[in-house]
Design a protein around this ligand. Structure first.
Ligand code: LLP
Length: 445
């Protein structure tokens, strides 16, 4: 089976250059760190385009496929325009994500709006900008969206988010398809929802069903099961209500390779399983071939991203661990502290030196749990050395915070030996720019 980009630990353009430094996208990572400062998120455009092309190619035999990128993995105007130029639409889960993809020039009919508690303001923004689909998550939202759409004299195309009852083996916090999940209608509630849409909510136009079973998935059988459930449910609904629903959205979830031990399936393998199962289920349940939406996030953006840090202090615990600290941590990458996520790293200015010691890479935030990598073999480290952590494109910047009032890091896009800043580093003034001291307090200062 053909391999795909999500199976690579490092960006595809990663090399050692003639200075002996790590190079990505033709750019020396040590020079990037000097020029833009650290921590620095780096996105390799070639790798990003390459995985988009893997998806396009892998699903090309099913002509009713619509690939949406789940922006929650990383949402920026520059990355959105790259992904859009590869033919993808977008799954957005907030007004902020909708607005970002809108500002980056994405056609709004290629956007699907998801989420379990969308606000009235966010739904109005979606209606005003004309997003293509809204995936309605619950009864409360059905009523709210119908009311808002009527107030705008609009009819809105929707999918119903359902909970298919599939457990996949991933971290508990990123499982979503199991029965007691907070997301979507239980299968026992879909008929009631459809009756309301048909009889009461005349501004809503039901097009199909949506599900998402979890994230960082390595098993392939779960997709098989999910398609069977969605197609069976569509056939049952069409039959019972005399409808002709012809859209299914199977969500995202395909895993990536954070460490040498991770063996995610290739996009081609997943595509074959999904398409074969879809075709056989369509025959079995006697429906016409539906439009198939996929909304991968992590597997699109993760591999293209690395983060560069600078080493500072270190501590050898007597008879214990050696901690070496970098200038970032849980505020730019929350995943190790939130999900016990593991990462791989090298020292960018000596990537080939022999790894003579095992160290724990500590973050700079004031919390014992701020450990970036628990155990990694590295060469001798001096302060000022640059650490490159791989596979940080997804759910790093998008989950970043200003914990400890630290400025959010910058992001650069590299390609063909060129680097462009795509997100500016926050400044101290940015940090205080939303603060207000009420006049009555000023008087006392
Ligand atoms: N569609 C829906 C409805 C989702 O909820 C998600 C992710 C996706 C698509 C994209 O899934 P992906 O292809 O990225 O696995 N912060 C966690 C991941 C949370 C995923 C939430 N939903 C992490 O850092 O691992």
């Amino acid at each position: 089976m053909q391999t795909s980009t999500n199976q690579s630990l490092r960006p595809l353009t990663t090399k050692i250059n003639d200075k002996g430094n790590l190079e990505i996208g033709g750019c020396d990572t040590v020079e990037l760190a000097e020029k833009y400062g650290t921590p620095l998120y780096v996105i390799d455009e070639f790798t990003l385009r390459s995985v988009c092309r893997d998806y396009n190619k892998a699903f090309s035999s099913y002509d009713k496929v619509k690939l949406l990128y789940a922006s929650k993995a990383l949402c920026s105007m520059a990355t959105s325009s790259v992904i859009s130029s590869e033919g993808f639409g977008f799954d957005a889960v907030s007004g902020g994500e909708i607005y970002t993809v809108y500002k980056s020039g994405v056609p709004m009919e290629k956007v699907l709006f998801n989420g379990n508690n969308k606000s009235a303001d966010e739904l109005l923004l979606a209606l005003d900008l004309g997003v293509g689909r809204i995936s309605v998550d619950n009864f409360f939202e059905l009523a709210l969206l119908d009311e808002l759409a009527k107030s705008k004299n609009k009819k809105v195309d929707i999918l119903l988010r359902i909970t298919p009852g599939i457990e996949c083996h991933t971290h508990e916090y990123i499982q979503t398809g199991h029965l007691d999940s907070k997301f979507g209608f239980d299968l026992t509630q879909t008929d009631e929802a459809i009756e309301l849409i048909l009889n009461t909510y005349s501004a809503l136009n039901l097009k199909g069903l949506h599900a998402h079973i979890g994230s960082q998935i390595f098993e392939t059988k779960v997709y098989d099961d999910e398609i069977e459930i969605l197609v069976k449910e569509i056939a049952r609904i069409n039959d019972k209500f005399g409808l002709n629903l012809d859209e299914i959205n199977i969500g995202g979830g395909l895993g990536v390779k954070y460490t040498e031990n991770d063996m995610p399936p290739s996009v081609y393998e997943i595509a074959e399983i999904i398409i074969n199962r879809l075709k056989s289920a369509v025959q079995k349940y006697n429906i016409s071939e539906p439009i198939l939406y996929l909304e991968p996030g992590r597997s699109i953006i993760s591999t293209s991203g690395v983060t560069l840090y600078t080493f500072g202090s270190s501590k050898q615990v007597p008879h214990g661990k050696k901690y070496v600290a970098v200038d970032g941590g849980m505020a730019d990458n929350a995943r190790p502290s939130m999900y016990q996520a593991e990462y791989s790293a090298v020292i960018a200015n000596k990537p080939e030196d022999e790894c003579l010691q095992n160290v724990t890479i500590a973050g700079r935030f004031c919390e014992s749990g701020d450990i970036l990598i628990k155990s990694v073999d590295l060469p001798e480290i001096t302060d000022g050395d640059i650490l490159c952590v791989f596979n940080t494109g997804a759910y790093n910047y998008s989950m970043a915070s200003n914990y400890n009032r630290v400025e959010k890091s910058a992001m650069v896009l590299v390609n063909n030996s060129q680097s462009d800043i795509i997100i500016n580093r926050e400044t101290l003034d940015d940090l205080v720019s939303h603060d207000i001291i009420p006049d009555r307090l000023r008087a006392n200062v």
